[in-house]
Design a protein around this ligand. Structure first.
Ligand SMILES: *Cc1c(COP(=O)(O)O)cnc(C)c1O
Length: 425
């Protein structure tokens, strides 16, 4: 490999990109003293987001996680009724959930006392496998709620999953935290759940520094979520409470940042797409593939560019609970070696989100693959050549590449050269 100098300033995985209008709206909030959880910025974020996605109602909340919590809770109450205080809405109930996702997708099921049953991933879009979902309904026909995510901004197999859920009378909570702006058959993600959510966390395609949005077409759901998010105050002269409350409402200052970012969503997507295409072209000829999507039916938002290494080009890599070792081999590599190389030159990549069924916190939960019940899983299986399921395999062979929209083409060419160097003979 020819001499490469480390980047003078770090190349990030995905960092906030501001444009100026954010400051204007924050300042407006400041100068008019709407510094709380009420104000024009919140109203505008809700209006513009609902319109952009195509949903009737949007509720601005403090985070995507808060939005998921209330989405899952409201579905739980729809299905099983209002729980007693101190009890969750899903107690005694199983919920099907995407397995290869960020843990914020799954945790709110536990907040409400439910048990997540993790559904394995498919190779076509790296999202929930409809075949495994159908298997899960065979094993647990009583389940009435399914939580799906669109990983890295790539829409999952929406039609297949919706058809299965309809057939079994199950509601869907759609986690579109990573996929704002992505479409499936021309329809925006965020349209496919009974309740759907978005995130405006610092590393997402647009950001408020934090923040989340809940989307629904159901007026009752919208009203309930709004009420719960502001401590469940009843319409009375004093603080009157009939239900459990939360402090989950979006701040009008944060909303100012999101409001300033929303007009730049399409520009960010175009930049992310260019990054994806540049990797795809630049890595051609290597035994790797970019993260796939359904080119006929879906348009991702290209939030993160990822790659997966062919099995034949994997060197030995052994992951323990928190540490990893690998053995370099000429012509071969592994995600760890590539991540190490990137870090050496001051660029940030990341392993694929470690599947939920492999996480210590969820290891005892049921896990369903296309073959049925997933077999017992221990770290021994993460070893080379002992792959039990799709999620584990993608985690083992895949990684997220630096995907920051402020990375220049020249910088990206260097990143590509660093990756190519890992496959040198
Ligand atoms: C970021 C993210 C969330 C959580 O959103 P926050 O706004 O950070 O709380 C949930 N699900 C997925 C898939 C995410 O990537």
């Amino acid at each position: 490999m020819k001499e490469i100098k480390p980047f003078a300033s770090k190349i990030w995985l995905s960092s906030p990109t501001m444009h100026g209008e954010e400051l204007k709206y924050m300042q407006e909030a400041y100068e008019t003293n709407w510094m709380s959880t009420v104000g024009k910025n919140i109203n505008e974020v809700e209006r513009i987001t609902a319109e952009k996605v195509g949903r009737k109602y949007c509720v601005g909340l403090s985070s995507g996680t808060a939005a998921l919590h209330l989405a899952i809770k409201v579905c739980g109450e729809k299905l099983y009724g209002q729980p007693k205080v101190g009890h969750g809405a899903l107690e005694g109930h199983k919920v099907f959930c995407s397995d290869m996702t960020f843990d914020a997708t799954a945790n709110p099921i536990a907040y409400e006392g439910g048990e997540a049953v993790f559904i394995d991933t498919e190779y076509d879009t790296w999202n929930m496998d409809p075949v495994a979902l159908e298997k899960a309904f065979e094993i647990y026909p009583e389940v009435k709620l399914v939580v799906i995510a669109h990983l890295y901004g790539v829409p999952g197999k929406v039609d297949e999953i919706k058809a299965i859920c309809d057939r079994h009378g199950a509601l869907i909570v759609e986690d579109a935290a990573e996929s704002l702006g992505a479409t499936y058959k021309g329809i925006q993600t965020g349209m496919f759940g009974t309740v759907s959510i978005l995130s405006a966390n610092g590393n997402k395609i647009i950001t408020g520094s934090s923040g989340g949005m809940l989307l629904t077409d159901d007026e009752e759901v919208m009203n309930k979520v709004k009420k719960w998010s502001t401590q469940s105050r009843e319409d009375a002269p004093w603080y009157q409470h009939e239900e459990l409350g939360y402090n989950y409402r979006m701040s009008n200052v944060i909303a100012g940042v999101i409001r300033g970012q929303l007009p730049y969503l399409e520009e960010h997507i175009a930049q992310k797409k260019a990054i994806f295409e540049r990797y795809k072209a630049g890595l051609q000829g290597l035994p790797v593939r970019m993260n796939p999507f359904d080119e006929e039916n879906s348009v991702p938002n290209y939030w993160l560019s990822c790659l997966i290494i062919d099995e034949s080009a994997m060197c030995k890599q052994v992951r323990g609970e928190k540490e990893v070792l690998y053995i370099s081999e000429p012509g071969k590599t592994c995600p760890t070696e590539i991540l190490d190389a990137l870090a050496k030159y001051n660029a940030e990549g990341r392993p694929i989100w470690k599947p939920m069924h492999m996480q210590p916190i969820y290891r005892m939960h049921p896990f369903i693959t296309a073959q049925g019940n997933g077999r017992a899983r221990t770290n021994a299986y993460i070893d080379e050549g002992a792959v039990a399921d799709v999620g584990m395999d993608i985690f083992r062979r895949g990684l997220c590449l630096p995907s920051d929209n402020k990375m220049t083409a020249e910088q990206q060419d260097v990143v590509i050269e660093i990756i190519r160097g890992c496959f040198d003979e």
